[in-house]
Design a protein around this ligand. Structure first.
Ligand code: PGA
Length: 253
């Protein structure tokens, strides 16, 4: 059985006070629901990871980073390694988020190195995939998502891939207020699960969690979670408001 998973991606938001306050507000409001029935993580900016980790250390809520670099250490100015993230208590790490792909310019090959390094460093990567609006309009969704998954997971054994969570986030739905309909999302999630069965085996495909992301709000979370192959939600904007994020967690129970 796949345990539902809700992750909040704070992106480049909050400050030293509001990051800790937000984390504490989420913990106190979700104390009754998180833990047993739904896994929850928050992904603050790098500089607030440690403060947030400390602030929520007694809760079952996990902390994730928004990115990492694939080398272990050395002359890589400005970069952060998996072991550094692990050292301060991070459990998860986003890899290949659409803003890193399309704003920063990350390609599949780099993302694959990051996923691989995250697993080797003891982190649980959340590999994000999703098509641009023009790709959807040109009927290229299947092609793009298949390529991103095959390249993103290249070279990883079935044991290693079992550490991965996937997140389908259509780029046109991120931060735009446009959400894929539950049917559109389910279609791509089913495609991804089928692809994993082909690439690995049906056991792995049934066990791996596939999150949906893109303008998830308290009002659409339950319907999205009602789809067979949607196992959780990756939440951007709405995760910056404790009440909204907790309502989304509640919808995932
Ligand atoms: P959004 O972002 O919920 O603000 O659309 C989702 C994401 O980028 O993970």
């Amino acid at each position: 059985m796949r345990k539902p998973f809700v992750a909040g991606n704070w992106k480049m938001n909050t400050d030293s006070h509001s990051s800790v306050n937000l984390a504490k507000a989420i913990v106190s409001a979700s104390v009754e629901i998180a833990g047993e029935s739904v896994a929850v993580a928050v992904c603050p900016p790098f500089v607030y990871l440690q403060a947030v980790t400390t602030a929520i250390s007694t809760s079952s809520i996990a902390v994730g980073a928004q990115d990492l670099y694939y080398e272990q250490k050395g002359a890589f100015t400005g970069e952060i390694s998996a072991s550094m993230l692990k050292d301060i208590g991070c459990a998860y790490c986003l890899c290949g988020h659409s803003e890193r792909r399309h704003v920063i310019g990350e390609q599949d090959e780099l993302i694959n190195k990051k996923v691989t390094a995250a697993i080797s460093g003891g982190l649980l990567p959340i590999l994000c995939v999703g098509e641009l609006l023009e790709e959807r309009q040109a009927n290229k969704t299947t092609e793009v998502v298949t390529r991103q998954i095959k390249n993103g997971l290249a070279g990883l054994s079935v044991e290693k891939v079992s550490a991965v969570t996937l997140a389908y986030e259509p780029v046109w739905a991120i931060g735009t207020g446009l959400t894929a309909t539950p049917q559109q999302a389910q279609e791509v999630h089913a495609l991804i699960r089928g692809l994993l069965a082909e690439m690995y085996d049906s056991h792995l495909a049934e066990e791996i969690r596939i999150l949906y992301g893109g303008s998830v709000k308290p009002g659409n979370a339950a319907e999205l979670m009602g789809q067979r192959d949607i196992d959780g939600l990756l939440v951007g904007g709405a995760s910056l408001n404790a009440d909204d994020f907790v309502a989304i967690i509640q919808a995932a129970v």
